[in-house]
Every structure is written in structure tokens, then in C-alpha cells.
Design a binder for this molecule. Structure first.
Ligand SMILES: [Zn+2]
Length: 212
């Protein structure tokens, strides 16, 4: 796969780190880490043949996408690769309270646990945006899918390292005014947004996380 690998530490210091799923290594990818052309995320999740629809916090519940055929739900299952193609709004209920729209494909692979009874691994890989490519955080009416609000982060120009700050700004801007959440088409008052990291939730955002 590689003809040349450059490292800046003595080999004996890092040789044991080539196990990506070792807890010491995994923690570096627990959010997202941009390395070269890729952005990689590794999460511990309950993954078994019973499926991934465990509603407990932190597990994959409803993965929704907005495509040419309207609203589609994808059910993750062990070792089934799924790609959310560039430009497709997607959200995962109770995990992040906005629709993420990136200009790169996003690939997911749930890997079962290595030791029975332990959690498995959820691998997320996406391209690292360059040039004019962006990440957008959007909200659609939950009743009629009218676009209510969006916030664009110029990832290609500003760098992926600013992604989480942009996410927090996006959520704050949407939640700041209840008028943002009232649908201009059907009048429905939509719930607040919330960030991926539940530790950042205000009490109102924590309540919204339980709703969608
Ligand atoms: Zn509506």
C-alpha cells in the first residue's frame, strides 16, 4: 500500500502504535484528525450482528440523508461500508443536531468488537477539503424539509482544524433566535440544534438532543 513511510520518531518508540484500534492510538482520532488528504475518525461503539440501532447515548441510531429521492434512512450493520456522497445532507439522531453537508465523500465502516462483550469500532473517513470546498451545517424543517438556516465554514481555505469551532458557531447562530426555527412554509416550530460533543450542551440543547 505504501512504498515509503516517513516518521520523525525512533522506530522502537512508535512500532507498537501501528495498531489503530489500540486505545492509546484510538484516542487521537476520537473526534476527527486531518492527516494529509484524509480526515479520519475512530469511535468505540456497540457493534454486533444485532445491528447498530441501540438508542443509548453515543451509539448510532437513525442515520438520515436527504437525496434525490427525498429522506432516506440508512441502517448501519457490521462490516457494511456506507458512503455519504459529497453534497448529501446527513444527520445522525441524538449524535449531532444539524445536517452536515460536505464537499467530500464520507465513508463509514462499522467493525465488530475484537473481544466478545467489548465495544466494536466505527470508522469514518472523508477527504480533507481543499480550495473552494466547504463544510456546511444546515437545518431543515422536520415536518416539510424546508431549509431553515445554514452556516458555511470554508474548510478548504481555513483548514479542517477549525471545524469544531465552526460547528459550535453554527449551532449557536441557529439557536440564538427562535425565529430561525419557525418554518416559513408550514409554521412548525422546530427543536434547537446541538453539537456533536454532548459536554458542550446547554440545558436547552441537552433537551433537544433527546428529541432528534
Ligand atoms: Zn415546515
Amino acid at each position: 500500500m505504501f512504498t515509503e513511510i516517513m516518521i520523525d520518531e525512533p522506530l522502537e518508540k512508535i512500532v507498537d502504535d501501528w495498531d489503530f484500534f489500540d486505545d492509546r492510538v484510538l484516542k487521537h482520532y476520537s473526534t476527527f484528525k486531518a492527516t494529509g488528504d484524509n480526515v479520519l475518525g475512530l469511535r468505540r461503539r456497540s457493534i454486533s450482528s444485532a445491528g447498530l440501532n441501540d438508542p443509548r447515548k453515543g451509539n448510532i441510531s437513525h442515520h438520515l440523508e436527504l437525496g434525490p429521492d427525498g429522506l432516506v434512512e440508512w441502517s448501519h450493520s457490521p462490516l457494511a461500508v456506507h458512503v455519504t456522497t459529497a453534497g448529501t445532507p446527513h444527520t445522525v439522531s441524538h449524535n449531532f443536531g444539524y445536517w452536515h453537508i460536505n464537499d467530500k465523500d464520507e465513508l463509514y465502516m462499522p467493525i465488530p468488537e475484537r473481544v466478545p462483550g467489548e465495544m466494536g469500532y466505527f470508522v469514518v473517513v472523508m477527504g480533507n477539503p481543499t480550495g473552494d470546498e466547504t463544510d456546511a451545517f444546515a437545518w431543515y424543517c422536520e415536518k416539510c424539509l424546508t431549509l431553515l438556516h445554514d452556516f458555511v465554514y470554508e474548510t478548504g481555505r481555513l483548514g479542517f482544524n477549525g471545524f469544531w469551532k465552526a460547528e459550535a458557531r453554527a449551532v449557536r447562530s441557529y439557536n440564538a433566535d427562535a425565529a430561525n426555527r419557525k418554518c416559513p412554509e408550514c409554521g412548525h416550530q422546530n427543536p434547537m440544534g446541538y453539537c456533536w460533543n454532548s459536554a458542550k450542551d446547554t440545558p436547552e440543547e441537552a433537551a433537544a438532543r433527546k428529541l432528534w
